[in-house]
Write a protein that binds this ligand. Sequence first.
Ligand code: PLP
Length: 367
Amino acid sequence: MTLTPIRPQPQPGILSIAPYQPGKSQAAPGVTPVKLSANESPLGASPAAIAALREISLNPEVYPEGTSRILRDALGEVHGLDPERIVCGNGSDDLLHLLAQCYLGVGDNAVMSRHGFNVYPIVTRAASAELIMVPETEYRADVDAILAAITPQTRVVWLANPNNPTGTYLPHAEIQRLHAGLRPDILFVLDSAYAEYATAPDYRPGVDLVDAADNVVMVRTFSKMGLAAARIGWLYGPAHVVDVLNRVRGPFNVNRPAQFAGAAAARDRAFTEELAAYNATWRTWLTTALHANAIRIVPSEANFVLALFADADTARAAFSALFNEGLIVREMGVYGIENGLRISIGPEAALRRLVEILRAFGAPGGR
Ligand SMILES: Cc1ncc(COP(=O)(O)O)c(C=O)c1O
């Protein structure tokens, strides 16, 4: 008989969490790595943001302004939003944790799409709530299936749009239909981490939905736009949600260099546009080139593509072939897509080399 030792115990659900696995960043010995595993910017960061980081880092003795005022003002100005309805976080992960902590608890559940972002299970279970994962159609969130999965205990719906790791998106009309089917007491968290990269004409990041409803928040990040290291996320929501989050968040949850860098990056529209244009060009190129290699690519609106191989063994072999040449992509086992590899839209030379290497891994006639 095993006895449970008497010692401090975590809250229910926490020991069922599988810790988040970041993309690999080290290459084989002696090989210089090119990281195509974390959806980082291939063009660096906004020069204005780098200058702000340099300057503000020189005074580490000063506390940050607790509400991230200068960052919220810049976001309000650039996106036409009321800064009072913005909350900033230490990356958007911070805000996802905060939302779960404030709106989920024992006996509640949260609903997400089968291949939704892997932080949603973590934050849901960390709040001792149950998770309901809903099957997708062709790697895309299925609105009817999500609505059918809602139970009286559902308190939160998590949805990334575009989604990581599939790259698929739902048109605004589908997002509206999903929202219209939710009870008004369910918080709809629209995670628009990749909004800057979406080019589909019927895509919208969700500002209008937040404005029209009392139960929708839009979560955004600077991580995909060149500032992943600075850890800056933000959220736009109804005043009552903003009030709740501001009571609970860390009092200085965004550091001072990050606040100034984020404000500078938000105003640097030229850099944002340059990065988005680069991404659109090379996402199309990569998709076409891998199709020509007889590798199936899930249509992407993000800054990565999901490549699907004939089987898990082929995906593993493709990963190794790339890894041995220093090209690090993201394995998808943790998402249950054993035959998939997620490839960030990285530097041109790396993408060209990747396509050459993957020529050997297509399934003839098999896309
Ligand atoms: C859909 C989605 N949401 C949120 C995040 C978290 O971003 P960060 O915490 O770096 O702001 C990511 C990062 O991969 C993501 O893919």
